[in-house]
Design a protein around this ligand. Structure first.
Ligand code: KIV
Length: 272
């Protein structure tokens, strides 16, 4: 068990300092209860906009709003004391201009108490990342497959399949690092490119479906716990919570229907 004992919350700078060191363990969480369980065991919790698909049943992250991110983000911060909490900036909340991004990222930081924000995009977002970072907002980048662009991409498939595409992804990662991001998620690219990017840039790379050579890894919590119904092929299931929940609820219903529940020890204590 890798539970942390320190009570000091990790910061974006702590994660930056982990470049090339002990790999960074990061998972998503979207609510108070799960965040509390995950917090002692990871370095970073991402309140990902994947919550739109995982917890709200949308088919993409596009419908997720800033208010949704703030609601979930503040619950996660309340449930944690150790991990750095990073909140995703949702689609439409940061692309227009660095100023709009700053205003919305400020709202996220103030309303949730999170330690950083994440936004998708490489070279096209570099100016915005610099604007935020220079004004005290730690930014995690996200390059490779960027799910908010699903309507332009057409699918959530792996990217970087040609030399030209690989060069673009490398340039995106370098631009994000040069702009002042403290770390960058690289999603759905093949191992050699992930390893090359990790060697080339001075900030930690956090892989998702990438490579063990990254400086850290992130997964969607519900996917690795076996709760999600559809998971990407690269996800390793570390538990089968869907079966655990199903079995528990089935036993409960059987006991209720056979009038065995509540058993005497689970009723209100009788007053003597
Ligand atoms: O929204 C999310 O959960 C993410 C991770 C998959 C990296 O961006």
């Amino acid at each position: 068990m890798s539970a942390q004992t320190s009570t000091k919350r990790l910061t974006a700078r702590d994660l930056l300092n982990r470049k090339g060191g002990v790999p960074i363990s990061m998972l998503t969480a979207y609510d108070f209860g799960m965040a509390r369980l995950v917090d002692p065991h990871v370095d970073c919790i991402l309140v990902g906009d994947s919550l739109g698909m995982v917890h709200h049943g949308f088919t993409s992250t596009v419908p997720v709003t800033l208010d949704m991110m703030i609601l979930h983000g503040s619950a996660v911060v309340r449930g944690t004391s150790h991990a750095l909490v990073v909140v995703d900036m949702p689609f439409g909340s940061y692309e227009e201009s660095p100023q709009v991004a700053f205003r919305n990222a400020t709202r996220v930081m103030q309303a949730t108490g999170a330690g950083a924000v994440k936004l998708e995009g490489g070279r096209r977002m570099a100016e915005t990342i610099r604007f935020l970072a220079e004004r005290g907002i730690p930014v995690m980048g996200h390059v490779g497959m960027t799910p908010q662009a699903i309507h332009a991409l057409g699918s959530f498939r792996a990217v970087g399949r040609s030399d030209a595409e690989r060069a673009v992804i490398m340039a995106d990662a370098q631009a994000v690092a040069e702009a002042g991001a403290f770390a960058v998620v690289i999603e759905a690219i093949e191992e050699p490119l992930a390893a090359e990017i990790t060697r080339a840039i001075p900030i930690p790379t956090i892989g998702i479906g990438g490579s063990a050579q990254c400086d850290g890894q992130v997964l969607v919590l519900d996917d690795m716990l076996g709760i999600s119904t559809r998971v990407p092929r690269f996800v390793k299931k570390f538990a089968d919570l869907a079966s655990v929940v199903g079995d528990a609820v089935q036993s409960y219903t059987q006991e209720v229907q056979s009038r065995r529940f509540p058993a005497p020890e689970h009723t209100y204590p009788r007053k003597e």
